[in-house]
Design a protein around this ligand. Structure first.
Ligand SMILES: *Cc1c(COP(=O)(O)O)cnc(C)c1O
Length: 413
């Protein structure tokens, strides 16, 4: 029976309500915490959750990893741009919105990754979606090989390309090779993966994946969103640290995390940049980033190219916090990166711990639930940075130990 024959009219309200009810039932209904960060006092912020005016909190889950969003050079550059050229770009890149700031930043990013050129997008999400969907469409018959833990924006891009997709087990070279070997040697292939996986806090075997790409004549696409600014002598990411940038076809990054501002980009050979620039709807049909944002990002990228102080401070803070949590018997996950995940394994408990931390301890850390991570692996994800001092870490660990006892949660072995 078609819906046109149905005697019962659609009850839209009931459908929407039950969609939301499902989230409540699973304990993963999302609540956004209402905050204002205090410039110059990172990681301090004000929280507007209560009725007695804003309450001071310490932020432990910011992706402004190096506090560059509050860096004096970044703020000065944005103020100068605002007063010099005004608020917005006024158009798409093709129609009036190609400001000199955009051109400069693309040169700076191309240099950062040792590539011929770069291309800016309004976010990292858009850069992944637009590039992957376009690239796989331009290559007839292309097959994309995608790590099972790839970010939602890469998955969306691959899906929107309409191409064939093979999902390989996370960081599993043998599985990737098995899939590559099973396909026709002469069809175009693209391997899409990340360097630092931000929820599991591990790093891809980039060199070995590039070896497989060479062997099977595949292109490579590396998302370095959680590594740019933070790894490598100039902040070019893990591929910079390991001297592998020239082996990757496309490196993708964000300006919104360690660079502290907003926007996304890819860096690649001129030919590929020209194709994406010319064919990607997500690049073409949208107003370009505000020159104010681009000026801030430019100052941030330039600063982090020349300064390792922030990177070193972040690595030291992460090592310290991991050690303190492990000493306290908290189930901190193995991590070779700056991210410190604490496994809970239950969405309701993860939310409960986060609620208690905020209400009773002024600690803000968001619970990470499905679909961001697989069900049963719900966790708290801490991102210590150069400005999180030992006193803050002690307060955090003491609070966690108290809550772990109160809720009778599992301790580390
Ligand atoms: C956050 C994130 C993105 C998207 O970047 P935005 O600039 O925030 O849109 C892309 N890839 C990964 C792995 C991410 O974690």
């Amino acid at each position: 029976m078609s819906s046109a024959d149905s005697p019962v009219p659609v009850d839209y309200g009931r459908v929407f309500t039950s969609a939301i009810d499902r989230l409540h039932a699973e304990g993963r209904y999302r609540v956004f915490i209402d905050i204002l960060r205090n410039k110059g006092m990172f990681p301090n912020a004000r929280c507007f959750a209560g009725h007695n005016g804003p309450k001071p909190i310490t932020v432990w889950c910011s992706n402004d990893y190096l506090a560059m969003g509050q860096h004096p050079k970044v703020i000065a550059a944005m103020e100068e741009a605002l007063h010099d050229v005004g608020a917005g770009s006024g158009g798409t890149r093709n129609i009036g919105g190609n400001t000199h700031y955009h051109v400069d930043l693309e040169h700076e990013l191309a240099d950062l990754h040792g590539k011929e050129n770069a291309l800016l997008f309004t976010s990292g999400y858009v850069s992944n979606e637009a590039t992957l969907s376009t690239l796989a469409k331009v290559l007839p018959g292309c097959i994309v090989y995608s790590d099972e833990l790839n970010h939602a924006s890469m998955i969306a891009g691959i899906r929107n390309s309409g191409c064939e997709k093979r999902v390989f087990r996370h960081n599993d070279l043998a599985h990737l090779e098995e899939l590559l070997a099973a396909d026709d040697a002469n069809v175009p292939k693209l391997i899409a993966f990340e360097s630092v996986y931000s929820m599991d806090a591990d790093i891809a075997p980039i060199a070995e994946i590039c070896d497989l790409a060479d062997k099977y004549n595949a292109l490579t696409y590396l998302d370095e969103v959680h590594a740019v600014g933070m790894y490598g002598p100039r902040g070019g990411g893990i591929s910079d640290r390991e001297g592998l940038a020239d082996r990757l076809t496309i490196i993708e990054g964000t300006l919104g995390k360690a660079f502290g501002v907003m926007g996304g980009y890819i860096a690649a050979d001129q030919m590929i940049i020209d194709v994406i620039r010319s064919y990607a709807p997500g690049f073409i049909f949208t107003t370009s980033l505000s020159p104010v944002l681009v000026a801030g990002a430019l100052a941030s990228v330039r600063h982090l190219k020349g300064s390792s102080e922030e990177r070193d401070g972040q690595q030291a803070a992460a090592a310290k916090l991991k050690a303190m949590m492990a000493d306290a018997g908290l189930p901190v996950m193995a991590s070779t990166t700056h991210i410190v995940p604490l496994m809970v394994g239950d969405p309701v408990k993860a939310k409960k711990i986060s609620d208690i931390l905020l209400a009773e301890y002024g600690v803000y850390v968001q619970p990470i639930n499905y679909p961001t991570v697989p069900r049963g692996t719900e966790r708290l994800r801490f991102t210590p940075g150069p400005a999180h001092d030992e006193g803050m870490m002690r307060d955090l660990v003491d609070a966690l130990v108290e809550i772990w006892g109160r809720l009778e949660l599992r301790r580390a072995a």
